[in-house]
Design a protein around this ligand. Structure first.
Ligand SMILES: NC(=O)c1ccc[n+]([C@@H]2O[C@H](COP(=O)([O-])OP(=O)(O)OC[C@H]3O[C@@H](n4cnc5c(N)ncnc54)[C@H](OP(=O)(O)O)[C@@H]3O)[C@@H](O)[C@H]2O)c1
Length: 305
């Protein structure tokens, strides 16, 4: 099969190539998937799990990309709940070979059915951004109708999902980003926009929840706009500050079949719009992974055009 591989951490994306690899086999509880579309996160080569297995042993050359939409072609011993020929989508294990390939072996529990009226390209764009938004808002942030939320990077892959889901849940959403992001954030459902290039973050007043995808100084200052007892949810690494009497929760997205079903149902009925900025073929995936200009939203690789 054709696959994109990375060979060593020092070379990073410079060592990324398109190669021929043997097809993987479905181990116990796995499904073997013919990948139709694949998604990746731009910074994922900085994660140690890309280079080693759970015991820290070198697993290079490894295949990046952890989101997929495709068709089940085989089931491993003991795999239940899926059928050969079924359309699926999902988030794959961080420490196994990923989805920038024609086939991938995935634990079946990481996959959900992809309805026939949802494109593979759309399906592959949903797992990381959709699940991260869902888990940050509802599992960790405990967002309630009527609360206010500040969403950093509201025009980006994760932020646009957070904005839409929070709005649907009945929250008052204030988005942030760069000057050029204003209209996109408002179009996704933010009621107000804070331009981090020119506005003063602290002028926003007090909110119940901050969803931080930026971290650093922005993350630290955001704590000052959270009401006492409120919550900071971050996906940008361990928080450096905590709201008074409140919580500061850093988390990494996990696969969840029930949440994938909720997310794709919202896409089908128009409550949720995915944020795809670029679609490329597997032959062009190395260039797509290394864009020369900033991409706002997801890049999806069409593995089977
Ligand atoms: N922990 C987890 O489970 C998890 C899950 C998903 C993603 N992540 C991480 O979360 C981050 C966001 O992912 P994403 O897919 O949403 O990326 P994305 O599509 O690039 O969106 C990020 C958005 O935030 C904006 N932004 C970043 N820094 C900014 C700053 N200092 N001032 C103003 N705007 C800024 C970006 O604008 P510019 O493009 O102009 O900078 C962009 O619009 C990534 O670092 C990713 O690795 C973590």
């Amino acid at each position: 099969m054709k696959a994109i591989v990375v060979t060593d951490q020092a070379a990073g994306t410079a060592g990324m190539t398109l190669v021929e690899r043997p097809e993987p086999e479905a181990a116990g509880n796995d499904a073997l998937i013919q990948v139709h579309a694949s998604g990746f996160t731009p910074g994922e080569l900085s994660w140690p799990s890309n280079w080693t297995d759970r015991l820290g042993r070198d697993r290079t050359p490894s295949i990046p990309g952890h989101e997929l939409a495709g068709v089940v072609t085989a089931l491993g011993y003991g795999t239940t709940g899926l059928s050969v020929g079924q359309r699926v989508f999902g988030l794959t294990d961080w420490t196994r070979d990923g989805t920038l390939a024609e086939y991938v072996a995935v634990e079946a529990r990481n996959l959900a059915p992809l309805p026939g009226d949802v494109d593979f390209t759309v399906g592959a764009s949903l797992p990381i951004s959709g699940l991260t938004a869902w888990q940050g808002l509802f599992d960790h942030g405990r967002l309630q109708a009527g609360q206010s939320i500040l969403v950093h990077g509201a025009a980006g892959g994760v932020g646009s999902m957070v904005t839409q889901l929070a709005r649907e849940a009945g929250a008052y959403v204030i988005g942030t980003g760069r000057t050029v992001d204003r209209q996109t954030a408002l179009d996704f459902g933010a009621k107000e926009f804070i331009d981090l290039d020119s506005d003063t973050l602290e002028n926003v007043g007090k909110v119940d929840l901050v969803f931080d995808i930026i971290g650093g100084d922005i993350g630290k200052r955001s704590v000052g706009v959270i009401r006492a007892g409120g919550t900071l949810v971050t996906i940008a690494g361990p928080p450096e500050a905590r709201p008074a009497d409140g919580l500061a929760i850093d988390f990494v997205v996990e696969s969840d079949r029930a949440q994938l079903r909720e997310i794709v149902q919202r896409v089908r009925d128009g409550r949720l719009r995915t944020n795809i900025a670029n679609v490329a073929d597997l032959d062009d995936a190395v260039a797509a992974f290394n864009p020369t200009e900033r991409i706002k939203g997801k890049t999806i690789i069409q593995v089977r055009p």
